[in-house]
Design a protein around this ligand. Sequence first.
Ligand code: PMM
Length: 265
Amino acid sequence: MRPLVVGIVNVTPDSFSDGGQHATPQAAVAHALALVEEGADALDVGGESTRPGATPVPADEEAARVVPVVAALRERGVALPVFVDTRKAAVAAAALAAGATMVNDVSAGLDDPAMLATAARAGAGVVLMHKQGDPATMQRAPRYGDVVEEVLAHLVARADAAQAAGVPPERIWVDPGIGFGKTFAHNEALLRALERFVATGRPVLLGASRKAFLGAITGRPVLERLAGSLACAARAAQAGVRAVRVHDVAATVDLLAVLDRVAPP
Ligand code: PMM
């Protein structure tokens, strides 16, 4: 089965990859609708940049960014799953009430102790991502003994915690968190080991689109990393990943459609 394509809708003035192009709710809704046209299977709406060095956003401001976007998408009849990318239970609760179906938490429920129970109460799914440290400081000196074993163990434990909190088991996804407290070597090791994450039995989401390690490999600035991003989507498909979180939906949909037809079963 080919991975689902989750289109990124950042409602932030300072996202690393799309530089605040969709900073107002109106612009974000227009962008989201364009991604639906391009063939997205789901949308991921976020109101707090988690790029390295980003400053935190208060909950009310973050909710004011994302909730109107989720609500407008539902009002316009968008029926796709909508993820809310947040580390705050209050933002998640408001977005779920407005029609979001899944909480994408880059802290895997650790930054806000109410997060997992909030998702469970709403009957929502969760994406539990691994990160080391906080966005403000995480890229200063990431260190691991064995990055693959440590990220795997962390995600298995967080998925168990989500299940214990009452999130339906089939709706608990895990994500190795490319670029979140990782050196280039760590990111490469995780991408090489994607099958290990799939083998946990939890659906895996991969977010590699336009990230810095692609710049390190190709020498390209952020808006010229499409080929690198597509290579990661192909790698994800090969490994049996459930979903890829991407900026370039149309190109990713094409890539996966062709791969699906030509790859041996
Ligand atoms: N990456 C970013 C933000 N949210 N969520 C998940 N689950 N996985 C990721 O890799 C991830 C994420 C940062 O990228 P962006 O600024 O392009 O949104």
